[in-house]
Write a protein of this length. Structure first.
Length: 115
């Protein structure tokens, strides 16, 4: 059974930082591209950052220079370090594991940026 378990969300003031973690089980983690997506209320889910099995990284323009994605294949975990958070970063953040023939999603962790 495949599981992606996110953690690290919460309430933070504008300008603050959070680190999200997503630990996978039931897959050969190193084979998968791992991504973080987010969905704000009333909006579509959008890609935040992705790191491929080979270590290539892409970010949404809105988070470039503020967010950093990384992975630890030994721990089956992908991280999202979020700095200089803005109110518009408020959303549910979802972890995704992608390989050519399948996708898996975590249950989401909520990030609220507010003073």
């Amino acid at each position: 059974q495949v599981q992606l378990v996110e953690s690290g969300g919460g309430l933070v003031q504008p300008g603050g930082s959070l680190r999200l973690s997503c630990t996978a089980s039931g897959i050969i983690f190193s084979w998968y591209a791992m991504g973080w997506y987010r969905q704000a209320p009333g909006k579509q889910r959008e890609l935040v950052a992705v790191i491929t099995s080979g270590g290539n990284i892409n970010y949404a323009d809105s988070v470039k220079g503020r967010f950093t994605i990384s992975r630890d294949n030994a721990e089956n975990t992908v991280y999202l370090q979020m700095n200089s958070l803005k109110p518009e970063d408020t959303a549910a953040y979802y972890c995704n594991a992608h390989i050519t023939w399948e996708d898996y999603w975590g249950q989401g962790t909520r990030v609220t940026v507010s003073s």
